[in-house]
Design a protein around this ligand. Sequence first.
Ligand SMILES: Nc1ncnc2c1ncn2[C@@H]1O[C@H](COP(=O)(O)OP(=O)(O)OP(=O)(O)O)[C@@H](O)[C@H]1O
Length: 267
Amino acid sequence: MNINAGRNVAARHETPPVPALELMSVSHSYAARKALDNVSFAIQPGRFAVLLGLNGAGKTTLFSLVSHLFATGSGEIRVFGYDISRKPGDALRRLGIVFQARTLDLDLTVRQNLSYHAALHGIGARETRRRIEALLESIDMGDRLNDKARSLSGGQMRRVEIIRALLHRPSLLLLDEATVGLDVNSRATILADIRKLVQEEGISVLWATHLIDEVNDADQVIVLDKGRLMADGGVANLIEATGAGTISEAFARLTGSPPPPLPEGQP
Ligand SMILES: Nc1ncnc2c1ncn2[C@@H]1O[C@H](COP(=O)(O)OP(=O)(O)OP(=O)(O)O)[C@@H](O)[C@H]1O
């Protein structure tokens, strides 16, 4: 008996998973300046995808569209199949976002900053307390609960912002230049924490950066340059497609720029 027969039939009829994030022909302009030009890509559930682009590539604009801060004028954006324009509630519920600019209220305590976000998502008081305490403990910041946000270091503020983005248990996390301005150790800790979330919780991540050393071999790499999608694929694919020796060289060839800078603190 061929025990695989049934399985093969099932596999033939299997539908592909709904992407965690899908952009279809998305464009955006600020007056005459085109910031995104016909950008399409998809991120599958449970993937760590790096959105790699130099200053002005369009990364923040893309985040503003995905998070529905800006209306999608041209093209379509779906979060786990939900169109951000037609079903913003369903899409945003599945989305956690850490913006490039610091967004904690410095005069509120860590708990107050986090509780406010939980309330916006309709999470009850007891559950809010439970989640906040567990998440803060997980990053060894349980003792900072009642401290004012302004007393935290830059890296600690960033980690509180990441926790805030996770409070409503999103399935897709977007981070825009999350490590900018942080020292080498804080950068490494934050990146490792996020990679752990992908591995252990199956969360999908879109990590926007201009730092090539934040890319791992197993990542999906989406290269954006002056609003245009230059490449989308695995590290090995990008290296092969560009005839480069390294991902850094591949990026330089794709964007016509010198190899991107190494992070602060590295020669
Ligand atoms: N509010 C705005 N008004 C006009 N032009 C803008 C505005 N915001 C961004 N731009 C322009 O759109 C383009 C894309 O900018 P965006 O901030 O999305 O890029 P980025 O990749 O996030 O860059 P950075 O890493 O420097 O933040 C740039 O040419 C920028 O000057």
